[in-house]
Ligand binder design. Structure first.
Ligand code: DGL
Length: 239
């Protein structure tokens, strides 16, 4: 199976990593729009324009399906269309988290604003708009995290689970875990069953980014920890 995956930057690599572990024989084409990250602090119209170009690029690569590996775009998936099956991150959560009493969700400001999580998770919710994290992660400024997380995490004290509602956040899970010692949920746990693989396929991974610098490379190494084929590709951003 040829799987297309995209995100605003390196965050979707956390989804890719999980899929590679479970289905190593698939062919993966990843696009990270690093030049325009973060998406979650922008207007929906702007990021939809970028995403349409990325989806077109992946369709032209002849993928069998496309994974929207971004919580922000998944929260606004009604704006996105493709001639391939388009898989978002929120639908697989539907009714899966009902056993928890209260769930805190960390996500980007745009994800929180759209209220999409409430459609799929019917518990008491504590929504935390994390406006600074994606930028910090993309720039590998991890020394800034503790101060910011302390503030974001204050309201989680009475939750029995925490959903990392942005695919960038598993990259800093160990930092987050210092402030939350109960169940931490990530999107990939519920996504993996939606795709398959043909074990006769050879398996390959190709990563495209609209911008590449040392920080992007550092994040790729840190997340995937393997040799992959990386290329810079700027997509036409006309509507
Ligand atoms: N990984 C994206 C998400 O899951 C980050 C969005 C952004 O770039 O702000 O929401």
């Amino acid at each position: 199976m040829k799987v297309g995956i995209f995100d605003s930057g390196v965050g979707g690599l956390t989804i890719l990593k999980s899929l590679i572990n479970k289905y190593p024989h698939n062919t993966y084409i990843y696009y990270g729009d690093t030049i325009h990250a973060p998406y979650g602090n922008k207007k929906i119209e702007e990021i939809v324009t970028y995403s349409k170009n990325i989806i077109k690029f992946l369709e032209d690569e002849n993928v069998d399906l496309i994974i929207i590996a971004c919580g922000t775009l998944s929260s606004n998936k009604e704006y996105l269309h493709s001639n391939k099956p388009l898989i978002d991150l929120l639908t697989p959560l539907d009714n899966k988290l009902d056993n928890y009493h209260k769930i805190s969700i960390m996500a980007t400001p745009l994800s929180i604003k759209t209220n999409a999580f409430k459609k799929y998770i019917h518990n008491n919710l504590n929504l935390i708009a994390c406006d600074k994290l994606v930028d910090i992660i993309e720039k590998c400024e991890f020394n800034k995290l503790d101060e910011i997380l302390q503030e974001y995490m204050k309201s989680t004290f009475d939750s029995d689970a925490l959903l990392l509602g942005c695919t960038h956040y598993p990259i800093i899970k160990e930092y987050i875990a210092k402030y939350f010692n109960k169940r931490i949920i990530t999107f990939d746990e519920y996504l993996k069953d939606l795709i398959t693989e043909d074990i006769n396929d050879k398996g390959s991974i190709k990563l495209y980014f609209s911008y590449i610098d040392d920080n992007v490379l550092k994040n790729i190494n840190n997340i995937l920890n393997k040799d992959v084929n990386i290329e810079r590709k700027i997509l036409d951003v006309r509507k």
